[in-house]
Design a binder for this molecule. Structure first.
Ligand SMILES: O=C(O)C1=C[C@@H](OP(=O)(O)O)[C@@H](O)[C@H](O)C1
Ligand SMILES: C=C(OP(=O)(O)O)C(=O)O
Length: 411
């Protein structure tokens, strides 16, 4: 379904919005809860990826289809492989079958897991027979996806001797590993992460029985972009705090340079995004290896603001929901941009022309393509193809746009 987006002239860009819980935190807590029957989770993400994982965790046999959900694929591979009685074929969407999983499968096999590929070596679907994994040391490559490492960390405390994970190569998406460790520690499991070595102690029980998930900072990024592209705006978002387990909280600091000031209201757990009038840079240089999910938001904001940017550390973008580097270049250029990409960086030339109107942006089965481009409707009427992809992480996204005065018409 296509959506036609414009912003209603003179509609006020002021709103209080409720964004649901982080899908990354939620999916980690669901795996812990399945293993320990605790904790109960407040502000659970309403994303498709979290619903998919919740349903998949009820299955013990047969085909388990996790659609587009990368964390579900990786976390379940480890969880199923380490759980006796499980006998499943774990599969996903066509794209999921192109997203590599070999590094994780080999790490689990080295611990004693029974996993075989049913189609293509190195990729889902996987035939998994669960068993108790007896070993407690593993080494794996850390420069492809941190999800492999988080997957091992989440099953580690249930292994008889805990787990020591040795990381090889430059570690990517580090805040997600720290988030996993932070959540384990929050529920009373002992662990450490320093100098490429992660140690997680075995634990029969956990100490916390209730955890509130902070709302999703990757979802918040789209409101930063909206405020940045507006003439004036104040957007309040609930269930956020200044100190976060989510690396994408860095968006608050990054957008200060793009005209958005964040006020942290600690007592009400809110953030208030306000348009500031500081002068924009000509060119922005950002290294995003810690925060890959906000690269699209930033590239589109910069384009709309006429700011050039060099975004580096993007080597993981080509194995996400789509090749995000190619998708960004193709769609930004339709609007008039000049974009240069390599394997791990994107260069956008400062654009001072007129953005092309009524362009149909392709979303490539990628929720973040739709949500990253939507804020440009503040500048020009815009069409998003296959618009419902947003539900992977943010099912109420278009409702939020309407609250902010956007006209949202589906066809
Ligand atoms: O662990 C997680 O929750 C995630 C880790 C990141 O993936 P990579 O480690 O593959 O970069 C991120 O892009 C993804 O959206 C969520
Ligand atoms: C990459 C993402 O998710 P996943 O890897 O979990 O599919 C994302 O949400 O941007």
């Amino acid at each position: 379904m296509k959506v036609f987006l414009t912003h209603k002239k003179d509609a006020a860009l002021h709103a209080d919005l409720n964004v649901s819980g982080s899908k990354s935190e939620s999916n980690r807590l669901l795996i812990l809860k399945e293993q320990y029957s605790n904790p109960s989770i407040e502000n659970l993400s309403d994303s498709d990826d979290t619903v998919t994982l919740t349903n998949a965790l009820k299955l013990k046999k047969g085909v388990v289809d996790i659609h587009h959900a990368g964390t579900a694929m990786r976390f379940l591979t480890a969880y199923f492989a380490s759980t006796p009685g499980i006998d499943v074929v774990l599969t996903g969407s066509k794209r999921m079958q192109e997203r590599p999983v070999k590094i994780l499968v080999e790490a689990l096999r080295s611990l004693g897991a029974e996993i075989t590929y049913t189609k293509t070596e190195g990729f889902p679907p996987l035939q998994i027979k669960g068993s108790i994994l007896q070993k407690n040391q593993v080494t794996l490559l850390a420069n492809v996806s941190s999800q492999y490492i988080s997957a091992l960390m989440l099953i580690a405390p249930k292994l008889p001797g805990g787990l020591t994970i040795q990381l090889k190569g430059e570690v990517t998406s580090v805040p997600y590993i720290k988030m996993t460790l932070g959540l384990l520690q929050k529920v009373g499991i002992q662990g450490s992460f320093s100098e490429n070595k992660i140690e997680i102690a075995a634990s029969e029980t956990i100490s916390e029985n209730k955890i509130a998930v902070e709302s999703d900072w990757s979802s918040a990024s789209y409101f930063y972009s909206i405020v940045a592209l507006s003439e004036a705006a104040t957007v309040t978002l609930t269930h956020y705090s200044e100190k976060s387990l989510q690396g994408d909280r860095a968006i608050a600091d990054m957008y200060e340079a793009l005209g958005v000031t964040t006020v942290f209201n600690a007592s009400e757990h809110k953030i208030i995004l306000q348009k500031n009038t500081s002068e924009l840079p000509n060119h922005l240089l950002l290294h995003l290896a810690d925060t890959p999910d906000i690269a699209q938001t930033i590239a589109v904001s910069c384009f709309g603001l006429g700011v050039g940017c060099t975004l580096t550390g993007l080597h993981t973008l080509k194995i996400k929901e789509t090749d995000r580097l190619v998708a960004l270049k193709t769609e930004l250029e339709k609007l008039g941009a000049t974009v240069h990409i390599t394997d791990d960086r994107l260069e956008l030339a400062a654009f001072n022309g007129k953005i092309k109107e009524h362009i149909a942006i392709k979303t490539y089965q990628d929720h973040r393509m739709a949500m990253a481009f939507a804020p440009l409707a503040l500048k020009v009427p815009l069409i998003l193809q296959d618009s419902m992809v947003v539900s992977k992480s943010f099912p109420t996204f278009y409702k939020a746009l309407e609250t902010l005065g956007f006209s949202v018409q589906f066809e």
